[in-house]
Write a protein that binds this ligand. Structure first.
Ligand code: CA
Ligand code: CA
Ligand code: CA
Length: 722
């Protein structure tokens, strides 16, 4: 039997400063099952949805979710939404961006979608959101909604994806205006190639002088120039400050100096690549020279106002801000609360670049500023769309009876930015409380009894069901027969102040993605403890961007070690590491929590258990966090030397049984490309459609879809096990 590719791969290389246009391919995206209407809660109208995603804002960052937190960002807009809505105090996300985002729009846990960790340029399609997933915009779109996603996508990406820059459309996001990157691009310490970075490193992407931006002439791409401008305000205005190669600010305009600028260089939130999927085409502009958070708010305002001006239009706007993901770079003054000033005596420095001796103070300050800037932008969106007004006292008053407003964090905060009593060493990229507890507030639409706190367990997958509930669509029948969903109802917590619990268990996980290249150890030192990962930071630049030291191969040297265990074995006796595990799973019934960690070989050899067990009601700072404390190591009931009581043992056995059941249910079914529980001709057809390419049908993850994959598929023919 011979098989021929039915479609050639499009070449979708992004050209600097170029405007690339391609037509959206991918038949799979439009073959989702027909939507079946089944009103769930009687005759409520279809609600519009404004869904706001705060990147890397863990529960520790906001007073709403960390009431005892000290030095937190001021967020009057988010607080006003909570005061007029519901503050969910018990929401679990996944530990990382991409899996959580895929949960929001598929209602399925990471092991089912395959999106188990944050996508990087090396992530193969099997670890990106599949075009065969039935996503929210597909379901709501079939129900007459116009859905738009603004800002960060990160469910799938351009790299190694047959859809290229049309990746959002391939997942049903046919109206997308944002970025395919996982956050702002790296900060450019060379100021667009002007500065020799071996002489001076401007870690904020603009020249600084002590505690303030330097004053420079400000050049613009059209040849204009203004002398004597604050360098940060110059960036904010779309220009670039002029500097000599030794870093000395140039005060007067100079065509000769401006000629040294590389206008294609990206630079954090101030110069970034924008991708658009719209009207069946995908386009890309590199770079956009306006702060990403402001652009994203502008785009949301335009879309919402267009929709609100049309009688009867139903819409969902996902406003996925890129701010507060690293790298942290000061927002412009106009996007900060009035009177915000950088403290005198603290050098203005950014991110985790090697020239910043102790970046924690700066990172925390800029992270706070970024959250405050997002709050300012969200306020602007609400006021400009008339979803809120200011009352006589100047307080933000929601005016959204037809629109549900939801604000969520996608995972725990990153390392140095984590606020007490949460634990920076068990935060983002771990399944401990600091890594998966996120803020969640909702208001408007059907919400009754405003100003409430809801302590019921919710999970980010439940948002998928909530979107369906808003549209009177039963998501369980809107997905193909055989597709497993993990979401539970959520609308009940808005329409009633004492709704019964929809969840008996909550669950979170991350795993190891399939990569086009081998991954190597990256060692990050913080708070005097070194954390090693050999699965998630897939390149030297990514490792360095997180303040880490890379032990993989470089341009000039071979790899020092291929795994964290191997690296540890080369260290002096007594050295210990924290490991970011290859995978982790967490399960709770609301009080007891079981954590499974895929221990590296050297830890298994040292007799370290795969499991930890906690009584959250007795964990660190439980009294400050509504009775669910932080699962620090000293509270592990399975730790050596601890004897459990009968009650603890009983609950451990109960959670272990449930975890075993979960793990069995999450087993991947090789060959089931269409994810409906059976391997048959549809899957074979899907595979042939991708012949020769990296794809979701590349079952053996070698970067090509070919006969080897087909052989696996044919072997697996029939119903999936379990
Ligand atoms: Ca994130
Ligand atoms: Ca199938
Ligand atoms: Ca293959």
């Amino acid at each position: 039997m011979l098989f021929f590719p039915s479609r050639r791969r499009l070449s979708l290389l992004a050209l600097p400063l170029a405007f690339v246009s391609v037509s959206i391919l991918n038949a799979a995206a439009v073959t989702s099952s027909a939507t079946v209407h089944a009103p769930l809660f009687g005759d409520h109208p279809d609600y519009n949805i404004l869904f706001v995603i705060l990147d890397d804002v863990g529960a520790d960052q906001l007073t709403l979710s960390n009431p005892a937190g000290v030095g937190l960002a001021s967020t009057p807009t988010i607080n006003a939404i909570a005061a007029q809505g519901v503050n969910f105090s018990n929401c679990w996300a996944t530990p990382q961006c991409s899996p959580s985002r895929t949960c929001f729009f598929t209602g399925r846990y990471p092991s089912r979608t395959g999106v188990v960790t944050a996508l990087t340029a090396q992530t193969l399609p099997q670890s990106q959101c599949s075009p065969y997933e039935t996503t929210t915009p597909m379901i709501l779109g079939a129900d007459g909604y116009h859905c738009k996603l603004v800002g960060k996508f990160h469910l799938s990406q351009e790299d190694l994806n047959p859809a290229g820059i049309a990746a959002p459309a391939s997942n049903g996001f046919t109206d997308f205006n944002g970025t395919l990157l996982g956050g702002p691009p790296f900060i450019d310490p060379t100021i667009a190639g002007q500065v020799d970075s071996t002489t001076v490193v401007y870690s904020c992407g603009f020249p600084v002088s002590g505690s303030a931006p330097a004053i420079c002439a400000c050049a613009f791409p059209n040849g204009d120039c203004t002398p004597g401008v604050n360098a940060l305000e110059c960036l904010a205005a779309g220009g670039l400050p002029l500097v000599a190669s030794d870093g000395t600010p140039i005060l007067e305009c100079s065509a000769e100096a401006a000629a040294r600028i590389d206008w294609t260089a990206t630079n954090g939130s101030y110069a970034w690549p924008r991708t658009i999927n719209r009207d069946g085409a995908a386009t890309q502009v590199i770079p956009v020279r306006k702060h990403a958070d402001i652009v994203q708010a502008d785009d949301a305002i335009t879309f919402i106002n267009e929709q609100r001006s049309q009688a009867g239009a139903k819409w969902m706007c996902t406003l996925s801000f890129t701010g507060d993901h690293d790298p942290w770079q000061p927002p412009q003054q106009s996007s900060l609360p009035p009177g915000t000033v950088w403290p005198k005596g603290l050098p203005m420095a950014c991110d985790v670049q090697p020239n910043v001796p102790n970046p924690t103070a700066q990172q925390r300050l800029i992270s706070n500023w970024t959250i405050e800037s997002l709050d300012v932008q969200l306020r602007r969106v609400l006021l400009a769309t008339n979803l809120a007004t200011l009352n006589k006292q100047g307080a933000l008053t929601l005016n959204a009876p037809d629109t549900l407003i939801v604000v969520v964090g996608d995972n725990g905060s990153f390392l140095n930015t984590v606020r007490a009593p949460f634990n920076p060493l068990r935060a983002k990229a771990t399944a401990y409380q600091s890594g998966i507890c996120v803020p969640l507030v909702a208001a408007g639409g059907p919400t009754v009894a405003p100003g409430r706190r809801c302590d019921e367990m919710v999970n980010v997958v439940d948002l998928f069901q909530l979107w369906g509930e808003c549209a009177n669509v039963n998501v369980n029948t809107a997905v193909p027969v055989g597709r497993k969903l993990d979401c539970r109802p959520m609308l009940r917590y808005l329409t009633s102040a004492n709704a019964p619990a929809a969840r008996e268990w909550n669950f979170s996980e991350y795993g190891t993605e399939y990569l086009a290249v081998p991954c190597y150890p990256c060692l990050i030192s913080a708070s005097s403890v070194a954390t090693c990962t050999d699965t998630i930071l897939t390149s030297e630049s990514l490792c360095n961007s997180q303040g880490g030291v890379w032990y993989g191969p470089t341009a000039t040297a071979p790899a020092v070690a291929s795994t964290c265990c191997e690296l540890l074995s080369q260290q002096p006796e007594g050295t210990t590491y924290n490991f970011i595990y290859a995978s982790q799973q967490a399960l709770t019934d609301g009080r007891w929590k079981l954590v499974y960690s895929d221990q590296p070989t050297c830890m298994v050899e040292a007799g370290v258990s795969d499991y930890e067990f906690y009584d959250l009601s007795q964990c660190f700072a439980a009294h400050l966090l509504w009775g669910r404390g932080i699962d620090n190591p000293s509270f592990n009931l399975l730790a050596t030397g601890t004897t459990m009581t009968k009650v603890q043992q009983f609950n451990y056995n109960r959670l272990l049984a449930k975890m075993t059941q979960m793990q069995a249910s999450l087993q991947h079914c090789d060959g089931d490309i269409t994810m409906n529980g059976i391997v048959n001709g549809d899957d074979a057809a899907a595979l042939l459609n991708y012949w020769g390419m990296p794809s979701v049908a590349d079952i053996n993850n070698d970067g090509a879809t070919d006969g080897a994959d087909l052989a696996i598929l044919l072997d697996a023919w029939g119903p999936c096990p379990g």
